[in-house]
Design a protein around this ligand. Structure first.
Ligand code: CMP
Length: 139
């Protein structure tokens, strides 16, 4: 069993897509083992995306991520990391395959509706950034 970290980003929450996205998560075999709806501060968004701090889009992207409430999720499934990325589709919705969350819902690369960890080390960092062990329950 593998865990990954997911976010329904501000553009998804703003457009009332929480239910639709959670439905896709559950119907694709993921267990939601932790979840919270919260508003990230700019500093939290910057800390979370620290690996991207040298990128030209860092300031805009962290401003967008702290512009409205988000839903933070820990998902569990065999192959959760790769499977969640597949369900989301390509980072840029223009490149995303039909039937993916980003193809169906995302507006552009910055307002791309969802986030997912890209590797086991990233998943461990991202889960621990927002959740304590006592907030995660497999059963
Ligand atoms: P995410 O999977 O959350 O990881 C980093 C985010 O940065 C990414 O989704 C995009 O929303 C954003 N991002 C990546 N590349 C660009 C870009 N070229 N311009 C603006 N935002 C970007």
């Amino acid at each position: 069993m593998e865990r990954t970290f997911a976010i329904i980003k501000p553009d998804g929450v703003e457009r009332d897509l929480i239910g639709k996205i959670l439905e896709r998560i559950e119907s694709n075999g993921f267990k939601i083992v932790a979840m919270k709806r919260t508003l990230l501060s700019k500093a939290q968004a910057e800390g979370f995306y620290d690996v991207h701090k040298e990128r030209p889009f860092f300031d805009g992207m962290t401003t967008t991520m702290s512009s409205g409430p988000v839903v933070l999720l820990v998902l569990e499934k065999e192959n959760a990391i790769a499977d969640w990325r597949k369900l989301m589709g390509a980072t840029n919705p223009a490149d995303a395959e039909a039937g993916t969350i980003r193809k169906d819902f995302a507006e552009n690369i910055e307002r791309n509706t969802s986030h997912g960890s890209d590797a086991p080390e990233t998943a461990a960092f991202e889960i621990a950034f927002f959740f304590s062990q006592t907030e995660i329950h497999s059963h």
